[in-house]
Design a protein around this ligand. Structure first.
Ligand code: PLP
Length: 416
């Protein structure tokens, strides 16, 4: 089937949940995707932060070939060789003690929310006062299942499904006074993306993150760090919270962990792990042999090839180039992010839409999020020469759109 016939078939057969770009990709190599016509696209999105080692990486191909020849699935009623091996690696790089494996980001976040509620129940049973409320942040995104949407700020994702999980309050982003005012012993957990992704690449401030840690410590509430987009090396450290020197009680991973094979994980410290006992939580597929084997290959490759240092170097170069672009173009109002989780804010949503579309015409895949932000989540193996190609294209497109850029009203500043 070609693109047109697939589009026609999908429009009749699939639920109408995605606005797809009209491109049909058939293969990939390194940082490039190839479409049905054999055209190559430089991919600075990596399937929304998933294909961390790019496409066709030999370590991933080998892990899939070897493991699929041995065993794909056992269920969690039995042992297999991958789970403990992977959990050991994850606990070593995270400062966490225990892992629960699942299949996606939202499922990892659900596990985190359930653990926080179960922990609060156990604390109450021991005679100490703690409530059931979650504090989440404005502009947060935690996924699409009922608990995840309840802690996700954008009303579009939440309100059509009301009533979602109750007892959630939203705190103004990076507003320490608002956080302190809303915190009490009614709170069982504070939910933070150390760098908000869908919200437009916004890092939480050191003061805000530290205040959340301090408040949780004062009552025994849990600090939950959602690292589904920022974790596993994306920012140049294994976890974005490591840039802050703050250890959360719980963290979540998904997107890049198994290099494109679906997998999620919720990690926590020993103190809270006992809140889950056998039968309280589970999943049929989570932590299966194939996903574990591939995730081990991904982590070992990142370690063996010193890829965190590479992310820091190329990400630093990329950010500097974006800042140079900002100097040249008034329509670029901000440059944000760490490592290879970067974004630039433009002064109008219409301009951002145009730039993303014109980059695609030049066969460079970027993404627009939060209306006015161009987001870059490339594979970790991106090189400086790819950054240069991207910056040249952005520069030319912004120049060509200067008239429009000047004429556009300032974009709505959602983060105040
Ligand atoms: N949390 C964060 C921070 C995310 O960026 C995402 C996805 O974009 C999710 C949760 C949900 O992950 P998934 O789409 O795998 O359910």
């Amino acid at each position: 089937m070609n693109l047109a016939s697939i589009q026609a078939a999908e429009s009749k057969l699939l639920l109408n949940t995605y606005e797809r770009n009209p491109h049909l990709f058939v293969s990939g190599k390194g940082v490039f995707l190839e479409d049905e016509n054999g055209d190559r696209f430089l991919d600075l999105l990596s399937g929304i932060g998933v294909s961390a080692l790019g496409y066709g990486h030999p370590a991933i191909e080998k892990a899939i070939a070897e493991q699929s020849a041995l065993l794909l699935h056992t269920s969690n009623l039995f042992f297999h060789r991958g789970t403990a091996d992977l959990a050991l690696r994850l606990t070593e790089i995270s400062g966490m003690d225990r892992v629960f494996f699942c299949n996606s980001g939202t499922e990892a976040w659900e596990a985190a929310l359930k653990l926080a509620r179960a922990h609060a129940t156990a604390v109450r049973e021991s005679g100490k006062k703690i409530g059931t409320k979650f504090l989440a942040l404005e502009h947060s995104f935690h996924g699409r299942t009922m608990g995840s949407v309840a802690t996700t700020h954008k009303e579009k994702y939440r309100l059509p499904f009301a009533p979602v999980m109750s007892d959630v309050e939203f705190v103004r982003f990076n507003d320490v006074a608002d956080l302190r005012a809303r915190f009490s012993d009614e709170v069982c957990g504070i939910c933070i993306e150390p760098i908000q992704g869908e919200g437009g690449i916004h890092p939480v401030s050191q003061e805000f993150f530290a205040s959340a840690r301090e408040l949780c410590d004062s009552t025994g509430a849990l600090l939950l760090a959602d690292e589904i987009q920022s974790g596993l090396g994306r920012t140049g450290k294994w976890f974005a919270y490591q840039h802050y020197g703050i250890q959360p009680d719980v963290t979540t991973l998904a997107k890049p962990i198994a290099g494109g094979i679906p997998m999620g994980a919720m990690l926590c410290v020993e103190r809270v792990a006992s809140a889950f006992t056998p039968g309280m939580h589970g999943t049929t597929f989570g932590g299966g042999p194939l996903a574990c084997a591939v995730a081990i290959a991904v982590i070992d490759t990142i370690q063996d090839e010193n890829i965190l240092a590479h992310i820091q170097e190329v990400g630093g170069f990329f950010k500097a180039q974006l800042n140079a672009l900002k100097q040249q173009h008034d329509c670029v109002t901000d440059v944000r992010g760490l490592g290879l989780m970067l974004g630039i804010e433009l002064n109008s949503a219409e301009l951002a839409k145009r730039v993303a579309a014109q980059m695609m015409e030049r066969r460079i895949i970027i993404n627009r999020t939060s209306e006015t932000v161009l987001r870059f989540l490339p594979p970790y193996i991106l090189e400086k020469k790819h950054v240069e190609t991207t910056i040249d294209a952005l520069n030319e497109i912004l120049k060509a759109n200067t008239e429009l850029a000047g004429a556009m009203p300032a974009g709505e500043k959602i983060h105040g």
